[in-house]
Design a protein around this ligand. Sequence first.
Ligand code: IMP
Length: 191
Amino acid sequence: MRKLVFATDNPNKVREVNELLDNRFKITSKKEIGCLEEIPETQPTIRGNALQKAMYLYDRYKVDCFAEDSGLEVDMLDGRPGVYSARYAGAARSDQANMEKVLKEMENIADRSAQFKTVIALIIDGQARLYEGIVRGKLAKKPKGDKGFGYDPIFIPDELDTTFACISPKQKNEISHRGKAVRQLISFLTR
Ligand code: IMP
């Protein structure tokens, strides 16, 4: 079976993609090929970071691989927190503090349009390909729901009238940025 390394140490993400690929590819984490260090993410865009992570693995380990990077982009904040989503309120990576900071910045702003974006960079047979998934929606006035992670409690996708944190992972996957990007990756790999 053909091996593809996912530039992540998150076993849930690896399992999720493995299941979707239906045993046609064997997805392994970066740890399984001996990459124990944290891969740098120093680019100014989500797309740049995804590509940087995949290139890092390809350059050092010469493996077919892919990496993903995601973030929340708020229209009236010029696309922030964007590439800084995970650490928007500081290095502690607190979901709570990140949401509070965004809500504070949006306090008196009527247009609450926002989107989540995921970019997946795939490098296979030495060629890079990019897949982008976007879900449009708006920011809630205050957090709602306890499912999911990150900014889920304050994001209301256009398809729903409640937040991502109020729906099941399966429902979220059907409409989410990450679900859309992963399905493009899978449709290429299983073409
Ligand atoms: P990552 O690139 O998937 O690790 O995402 C970076 C950051 O973006 C996360 O730490 C979250 O703050 C935010 N984020 C990305 N995807 C989601 C999502 O599906 N829901 C909520 N927050 C997200």
